[in-house]
Design a protein around this ligand. Structure first.
Ligand code: NOJ
Length: 546
């Protein structure tokens, strides 16, 4: 929400919407980076960790935000981006000056080999992960953009300074951190090339869950986290179950939970832009693997979209005829699982992907870099690449929040920094608040259920109906309490036979359909049933009573 008409959301704007968040039932707000930044990557390139970006406001505004949250019983976690800084951070400004600068070793510098980069690693934002710096004739490593040089975590001064900065924020009263690509911080010091004949190749095996990452996180925990009552969630692309059980172990020695990415990869066959349709059986397998794999050992985080991913209703639901039903179904599906659910802004009103006709209407560096390489260097067709941007581009999630049906969705009185999705007239928060049957109100109910019933939070997860092509169903069990979540993932009307799972009496707790005319009874009443026919994208939560 933009408070001053410059077209950019800001802290005062957020403050003006705190009642909305409270009404939804939000416990904790994760703020994406609001630090000083030249904005090469929407604030994930930080030039000063202890200053607020001018466009967003001042530290006093931020303090007002914190106290506004606290007075409403909500908490605040900040984005901790310490795999890299901006090239405009004073550490890097110093570091690049000379090979013997005292900050030289804060970053990863190497000489070229035979006139080429030190190794063949590809950047996550396309092209080489190395940039030659003229001042010293050496290359620096940047796993992301050229303006995001990677910090050298093997240097203990770097770590000490990061810990100091974290304590500064915690002492100001924040409640924890979301840690950006935290499993990339430890690189194999030999920096070996990836075995590939391609000019640039994926080198993740040398820096994903790298050699010292657990040592660093345990140190961070000892030096910082354990001294505060705070929560942490690590972003960990490429972490498997075993790694997750170390990062998010129940003994609290590293982090509280992680964002795993396996389900985010189900609709691509190469990198994320090589899109294929996802498949329900794969989704079942991946989600169940994480539910069962972490059971009793670590804690899951639950998400289907965020600022880096397309909108979930467009990706896993139906953003046309069944937008309402499918957005509620996906919300039910996710909130019914074990772990901590994360809601990304606008998800709670069913915001959808966007299709800008002109590439220049997109602002995301990842999108532009990919377009340049695919279309201009490799000869892909413009139309095909635009199609993949429509499906996967990060700006799908970054279009301004749709507050009402006034110009620019009520986000700004000026010109928005990124176009507003033209569907704001129909999809907006004001309309959602008015309609008691809206997606927003369904989220509210789900959140309330989780706060009231421990089985929703802690209950053991078990999948049922494994082989079903259209229905994803699972149970949650805590002591004598057993709940069932049944979700129809498609637009058909499949049958679900209770008797197949030894269940013959249920009590409907929550449905995404109002009129219950398909033989599943009335919310709140016990029913003896043998089978039900689900309507398109129908999702129900039941308590088993017999
Ligand atoms: C992950 C963040 O979520 C993404 O937005 C960012 O571009 C990269 N890390 C680099 O910081």
């Amino acid at each position: 929400m933009d408070s001053n008409g410059d077209g950019i959301g800001d802290i005062q704007g957020i403050i003006s919407k705190l009642d909305y968040l409270q009404q939804l039932g939000v416990d904790v707000v994760w703020l994406s980076p609001v630090y000083a930044s030249p904005n090469d990557d929407n604030g994930y390139d930080i030039s000063d960790y202890q200053a607020i970006m001018d466009e967003f406001g001042t530290l006093d505004d931020w303090k007002m935000l914190l106290s506004g949250l606290k007075s409403r019983g909500m908490k605040l976690i900040m984005d901790l981006v310490v795999n890299h800084t901006s090239d405009e951070h004073h550490w890097f400004v110093e570091s690049r000056k000379s090979a013997d600068n005292q900050y030289r070793d804060y970053y990863i510098w190497r000489s070229g080999i035979d006139g080429q980069e030190p190794n063949n690693w590809i950047s996550l934002f396309s092209g080489s992960a190395w940039k030659l710096d003229e001042a010293t004739g050496q290359y620096y490593l940047h796993l992301f953009s050229q303006k995001q040089p990677d910090l050298n975590w093997d240097n203990e001064l770097v770590r000490a300074n990061i810990y100091k900065m974290m304590m500064w924020w915690l002492d100001l009263g924040i409640d924890g951190f979301r840690m950006d690509v935290i499993n990339l911080i430890s690189k194999d010091q030999a920096l070996p090339s990836s075995p590939s004949s391609d000019r640039y190749a994926w080198g993740g095996q040398y820096f994903m869950n790298g050699p010292r990452v657990h040592e660093f996180l345990q140190e961070m925990n000892r030096e910082v986290l354990s001294k505060y009552d705070c929560m942490t969630v690590g972003e960990t692309p490429g972490a498997d179950i075993e790694e997750a059980c170390r990062y998010a172990a129940c003994d609290g020695s590293e982090l509280n939970m992680i964002f795993q990415f396996e389900h985010m990869g189900l609709d691509s066959w190469g990198d994320k832009w090589d899109v294929k349709p996802w498949n329900l059986h794969d989704l079942k397998a991946v989600m169940t693997k994480w539910q069962k794999g972490l059971e009793g050992r670590a804690w899951n985080s639950l998400y289907l979209n965020n600022h880096d991913q397309p909108r979930m209703v467009s990706r896993f639901g139906n953003d046309g005829e069944y937008r309402m039903q499918s957005a509620k179904m996906l919300a039910t599906f996710l909130h019914g699982q074990q772990g901590t659910p994360y809601i990304y802004q606008g998800e709670e009103i069913g915001m959808t992907n966007v299709r800008f006709a002109d590439l220049n209407d997109y602002k995301d560096i990842e999108t532009h870099n990919m377009y340049r390489i695919r279309v201009l260097e490799r000869g892909y067709r413009h139309e095909d690449v635009m199609e993949s941007i429509y499906l996967k581009g990060r700006d799908n999630a970054r279009t301004p929040m749709q507050w009402d049906d006034s110009p620019h969705g009520g986000f700004t009185s000026g010109t928005p920094w990124l176009g507003v999705n033209p569907n704001f007239k129909d999809i907006n928060a004001e309309a959602a608040l008015r309609d008691t049957d809206s997606i927003f109100h369904h989220y509210k109910q789900l959140i309330t259920l989780r706060k009231k019933h421990e089985v929703m939070v802690y209950g053991r997860y078990d999948m049922i109906a494994d082989g079903h092509d259209q229905i994803y169903a699972y149970t949650r069990t805590l002591g004598d309490e057993k709940w069932i979540v049944v979700c129809n993932f498609f637009g058909g009307e499949p049958e679900f036979r209770w008797n197949d799972y030894g269940i013959d009496k249920v009590h409907l707790i929550l449905s995404n359909y109002k009129s219950l005319d398909n033989g599943i009874g009335v919310e709140g009443c016990d029913e003896s049933v043998s089978s039900i026919r689900l309507r398109p994208y129908e999702a129900n939560i039941y308590q088993v009573v017999g």
